[in-house]
Design a protein around this ligand. Structure first.
Ligand SMILES: CC(C)(COP(=O)(O)OP(=O)(O)OC[C@H]1O[C@@H](n2cnc3c(N)ncnc32)[C@H](O)[C@@H]1OP(=O)(O)O)[C@@H](O)C(=O)NCCC(=O)NCCS
Length: 156
């Protein structure tokens, strides 16, 4: 099934789909990451699409836009992140997409930050060779409450 997963550069026409995917309340709870409103989303994506240090890919599954992958530098560390629409969860797509992305993003080490309750994302990273590097008490704040996170690292 995962042979139907492909990565390609992000196109403007993908953004409306990403917008809907990033405002799914179930996904927001899973990632402990709030939805962006349309203006904030548009401003954020125009900024990252112009930033040459940011690497962006659209994930296609059977030719349809399943989600996206990002890699950016934060506090001198290169990070990866990803987000799939809920229709595409549980099919091995994120694992396959991240594996392919890691061939395209060659800088090491790479880091990822995940909410501690986000078992799916933790497994995706583990299956792609990341290991637990540490914990962070304040990964995010949801409804006024701090959410703890894990930091994972890929050395090679
Ligand atoms: C996290 C996310 C990317 C996982 O994508 P996916 O394509 O469903 O992941 P995969 O199918 O490759 O599965 C990877 C592993 O997670 C497990 N998994 C998938 N969904 C799960 C869930 N809801 N709860 C627990 N484990 C789950 C799978 O069983 C698999 O582990 P296994 O091989 O040990 O069985 C996707 O759910 C998503 O986009 N969520 C919202 C945004 C988000 O959390 N982004 C990451 C922020 S750090």
């Amino acid at each position: 099934m995962t042979e139907n997963v492909q990565l390609r550069p992000v196109q403007e026409s993908d953004l409306a789909i990403f917008f809907e995917q990033q405002r799914d309340p179930v996904a927001n709870r899973m990632a402990a990451f709030p939805a962006r409103d349309q203006d904030t989303f548009t401003a954020h994506w125009s900024k990252i699409m112009q930033d040459k240090s940011v690497i962006l890919r659209t994930i296609l599954f059977d030719g349809l836009v399943a989600g996206n992958l990002v890699s950016f530098v934060l506090s001198k560390e290169r990070e990866v992140g990803y987000w799939l629409g809920r229709d595409y969860w549980g099919k091995g797509i994120a694992t396959r997409a991240l594996r392919d992305f890691l061939k395209q993003v060659q800088e090491r080490p790479l880091f990822a930050h995940v909410a501690q309750h986000n078992t799916a994302s933790f497994r995706v990273l583990e299956k792609c060779g990341f290991h637990l590097q540490g914990e962070e008490k304040n990964f995010s704040v949801v409804e006024g409450q701090p959410v703890a996170g894990f930091v994972l690292k890929l050395d090679h």
